[in-house]
Ligand binder design. Sequence first.
Ligand SMILES: Nc1ncnc2c1ncn2[C@@H]1O[C@H](COP(=O)(O)OP(=O)(O)O)[C@@H](O)[C@H]1O
Ligand SMILES: Cc1cn([C@H]2C[C@H](O)[C@@H](COP(=O)(O)OP(=O)(O)O)O2)c(=O)[nH]c1=O
Length: 214
Amino acid sequence: MTGRGGHRGRFITLEGGEGVGKSTQLALLAGALRARGFEVVETREPGGTPGAEAIRALLLSGEADRWNPQAEALLFAAARSDHVARVIRPALERGAWVVCDRYVDSNRAYQSGASGLADEDMMALHRIGSAGLMPDRTFLLTLPVDQAQTRAGARDAGLPDRFGARGRDFHEKVAGAFAGYAAREPERFRVIDTGAGKEEVHASILAALADLMP
Ligand SMILES: Nc1ncnc2c1ncn2[C@@H]1O[C@H](COP(=O)(O)OP(=O)(O)O)[C@@H](O)[C@H]1O
Ligand SMILES: Cc1cn([C@H]2C[C@H](O)[C@@H](COP(=O)(O)OP(=O)(O)O)O2)c(=O)[nH]c1=O
């Protein structure tokens, strides 16, 4: 999509399990892109619009079994549909860069890879809800599950949400599913280990965006 001045907006997503460093890296990346003079829209899923934030509250609070996996998948796709239509597409059309904390690959990894639904069904929901809009680049941030849980535990002061509260096996399945998608789509994905310091990880992410810079 080409904005005014001929600059094409880019759509970047950060994916990975809880506590791997997505929000930290999103803020650093947005700052670096702004320093290069781009308009940058920082956003997250589920959420990013009033309607999608309302759905987020339904999804992340309450009992572990509040929703069955099918209902959960539909709610995430509904939140994404509103977010894409009201925020992401308009931003890309005016030539902005959009950096988003989680997107459809989270739907695939959590509701399909770890909860047993079919990946093709998640992609079908994405086609219906969001015309299948895919990112230009997806960073899969990786860290061993126990280290990520330690980081998330320190951040959340021992109060995890409905997903964070699931067991280690669930989070291992999520990580395995993400790795599988990244291996199958090497053009779109870059896998970044976040065991190093924040600035070092940030530098790796910027280097892995060089081919998309105008
Ligand atoms: N490279 C890093 N090294 C050490 N701690 C980090 C690093 N990146 C993030 N953290 C810390 O780990 C916690 C989880 O990071 P966060 O960015 O919130 O993860 P996510 O958004 O993936 O859940 C935060 O307290 C953050 O400050
Ligand atoms: C976007 C999305 C998120 N999720 C889950 C992953 C997270 O556990 C939760 C969002 O919580 P969030 O607090 O944003 O994640 P993090 O702890 O990584 O900062 O929702 C899905 O299961 N499917 C999806 O499509």
